[in-house]
Design a protein around this ligand. Structure first.
Ligand SMILES: [Zn+2]
Length: 396
């Protein structure tokens, strides 16, 4: 209970200057304050780089599309209750997109593809929108406008199992780097009713593929009916918040449905399989979780402020300004806490979550350096700021 109060991201997120909300903007529509925007940018850069190193090409696509696009994709028939109502402009209807998949399917279709172009791995950090009822909204974990880390792999059927497994590798690498522990893996299956495409043979095919990959990786998992996507089953990686509430962070899905709906082909008449995957899910839910996991003491590479420069007295201010300038030039997110903000001890306490605390006394001012105090209170001595910067990158 105490941990829940301590690390509820809604309280801590506001205290740390991560995000806030305004009734005039609306519920479920938080905005990002400077510290939150910095954390988010660091994570986005890391995920972009992770994907780039693993064969993904990044694209950008609009956050809305014509109603016909979602009729074609199947969202209109199976997912309409989670979508925003259409907007009418110039005799046409547009909707805020409920997912990035249809845009990516069209990007795949926009150029002729041959078997040797596959797998085609497309990724985007893009907006998507859900018409969540206002009663369930709060903080960053459930929002109406989501920045989703999304990606789609278009591959030949015989490549699909390997691509699913590769996506799980990416997810596990990212969780490790972010400091996230999965609560459990869940195989989310289809169910009865209009929420799912009615094609038992297709479901059986994608389900057996996911089971095969999970078995091969030796990963324990639970299964749940009725939690799949409307077009196919998913491997969901679940996380829990300090109150024990569970949600899905990362996901990998196999889809034979949308390639058919969009008539995707590669030379020779083959129909690609679409592997949907999100390495870290929506940025809002991810940062909410990270705030709770780390209690605001983020790993150095994603900390909103990585270094604080602390002149012992006003006499060291010019030297401290120079240290700050060098920190910023080296790529560190850094700030100065001058002597008029209180005693050194008080300033250190005010910046206790900052990974590197750079103290500039008369000796350091003379040498042009700074003595580095780590967040845990240990002393690292005089470390060049370039070395601190090199230590504070997600890939080292
Ligand atoms: Zn998708």
């Amino acid at each position: 209970m105490e941990r829940m109060i301590m690390n509820d991201h809604r309280r801590l997120g506001r205290e740390l200057g991560i995000f806030d909300t305004d009734p005039l903007i609306g519920s479920g529509l938080p905005y990002w304050l400077p510290a939150g925007a910095a954390v988010r940018k660091a994570i986005e850069g890391y995920v972009y780089e992770l994907e780039r190193r693993n064969g993904y090409q990044h694209v950008n696509s609009p956050v809305l599309g014509k109603r016909e696009l979602y009729e074609r994709s199947g969202h209109w028939a199976h997912y309409a209750e989670d979508m925003w109502p259409p907007m009418r402009v110039g005799g046409e209807e547009f909707v805020l997109r409920p997912s990035l998949c249809p845009h990516h399917a069209l990007i795949c279709r926009s150029r002729p593809r041959s078997h040797r172009d596959l797998p085609l791995r497309i990724a985007e950090l893009g907006g998507m929108y859900r018409s969540e009822p206002s009663g369930v909204l709060g903080g960053l974990s459930r929002v109406r406008a989501i920045q989703l880390n999304d990606g789609h792999v278009f591959c030949a059927p015989e490549q699909a199992a390997r691509e699913v497994s590769a996506a799980l590798d990416l997810i596990e690498a990212a969780h490790d780097r972010l400091g996230i522990q999965a609560a459990r893996y869940r195989l989310s299956l289809g169910g009865e009713g209009a929420k799912f495409v009615d094609d038992p043979a297709m479901w059986a095919r994608s389900e057996s593929l996911l089971r095969e990959v999970l078995a091969e990786r030796g990963r324990a998992y639970d299964e749940e009916h009725g939690e799949g996507a409307f077009y196919g089953p998913k491997i969901d990686i679940q996380i829990t918040d300090p109150a024990g509430r569970e949600s899905t962070l990362s996901t990998v899905q196999v889809d034979y449905f949308q390639p058919e709906r969009f008539d995707l082909r590669y030379a020779g008449g083959g129909r690609p399989v679409m592997v949907h995957r999100s390495v870290v899910g929506g940025i809002e839910r991810l940062v909410a979780h990270l705030v709770e996991v780390h209690g605001g003491a983020f790993p150095a590479w994603m900390a909103p402020v990585q270094a604080v420069v602390l002149p012992l007295s006003d006499a060291e201010r010019p030297a401290a300004d120079e240290v700050l300038r060098r920190c910023l030039a080296a790529g560190l997110r850094a700030e100065l806490a001058p002597a008029d903000r209180g005693s050194l001890g008080a300033r250190i306490r005010a910046h206790r979550l900052v990974p590197y605390q750079l103290v500039v006394g008369p000796r350091e001012a003379a040498s042009g350096g700074a003595s580095v105090r780590m967040r845990d209170g240990s002393q690292a001595g005089e470390v060049p700021v370039e070395q601190l910067a090199a230590r504070s990158r997600p890939f080292g």
